[in-house]
Design a protein around this ligand. Structure first.
Ligand SMILES: O=C(O)/C=C/c1cccc(O)c1O
Ligand SMILES: [Fe+2]
Length: 316
């Protein structure tokens, strides 16, 4: 087995709100560096830790983690729509291994996924079915949250499983760093928003378009400095990336959901996917605690047009 990781922020605004040309060029160059690495590494299996934004997982049944045995991309914000190529038996074996490690893992025989899982696959491979891919949902938007420690332990169990395989495994973590986009919170949601959060599967095209337009408009106001959305927090982001880069993953064990949200926004919980990817990579490669595989490439920009502290990190 050999293993590598790519963690990257995603943003549904990538193709909808244009940042300054130099920022766009820097992001495109970062994607090109990640793509070049992945082409060279030539993975035979992808394991992607990804959040969902009330497209596949809702409050009628919200697990902290879920392995998809099959996965269908809903195609929100113009991301690819259709089936992933999930190796179902391997996914089931992985889920059993994690359960055997005393970690409660949900499974889905038809997981619906959104831009949170799809965007990195689109960017890295240009085709969501290009490679056998096991998606692992990590709840990053819907309170209550498990501890960061629990995320790390779940992912270490995943990494130990991957270690046994005769595969070149690319572990992907997908999620923004600091950001607080207008994804409704149950406690402050209107009745209409609560219907979406509870079981808003398969919206009409008009409802999806209206939801997306609200976020696009919010991004434009945020970029123009005319929004009361929480600011991006580049210092917090760089500190978190430092912890990933140096393998000090245990330093996040004590982080509380409220303190993370206060410092970096409600959607900063998506860093759980980065923590998962780095924990899985560390375990898969037998790298000691407080140490880390090498950082091949690192990029960061705070990009209000994307409502994202936008990072890319490639490790092997
Ligand atoms: O799902 C949505 O409607 C918006 C999600 C979003 C917005 C901005 C940045 C992100 O990383 C998102 O996932
Ligand atoms: Fe997101």
């Amino acid at each position: 087995m050999s293993a590598a990781s790519v963690c990257m922020s995603h943003s549904p605004l990538l193709e909808h709100v244009e940042p300054p040309a130099d920022v766009r060029a820097a992001v495109d160059a970062a994607f090109a560096r990640a793509r070049a690495f992945v082409r060279e590494f030539d993975p035979t299996l992808i394991v992607i830790f990804a959040p969902d934004h009330y497209n596949g997982f809702f409050y009628d049944l919200m697990p902290p983690f879920c392995v998809g045995y099959e996965a269908y991309a809903v195609g929100d914000y113009g991301s690819s729509q259709g089936w992933l190529d999930v190796p179902s038996e391997l996914a089931a074996d992985l889920a059993q291994h994690v359960l055997d490690c005393d970690i409660d893992m949900a499974i889905s025989r038809r997981m619906e996924i959104d831009h949170g899982a799809v965007q990195p696959l689109d960017i890295l491979f240009g085709d969501i079915a290009a490679k056998p891919t096991i998606p692992i949902f990590v709840n990053s938007v819907a309170k209550p949250f498990v501890t960061m420690r629990r995320v790390r332990l779940m992912a270490e169990a995943v990494g130990k499983y991957l270690q046994k395989l005769d595969e070149r495994v690319l572990v992907v973590g997908s999620g923004g760093l600091s950001h607080d986009p207008p994804v409704p919170q149950w406690s402050t949601a209107t009745e209409e928003q609560r219907r979406l959060l509870l079981d808003g599967r398969h919206p009409t095209a008009a409802a999806r378009a209206a939801r997306q337009q609200r976020v696009i408009d919010a991004a434009r106001s945020f970029a123009a400095g005319q929004s009361d959305m929480l600011d991006l927090n580049p210092e917090w982001d760089e500190r978190f990336m430092d912890l990933c880069a140096t393998g000090r993953l245990e330093d996040t064990d004590a982080w509380t959901p409220d303190s993370m949200a206060a410092a970096a926004g409600n959607s900063a919980h998506e860093v759980r996917t980065w923590l998962a990817a780095h924990s899985a990579l560390r375990a898969a490669t037998n790298t000691p605690t407080m140490d880390a595989p090498a950082v091949h490439y690192r990029f960061y920009r705070a990009i209000p047009e994307f409502i994202a502290g936008f990072g890319v990190m490639v490790c092997h």
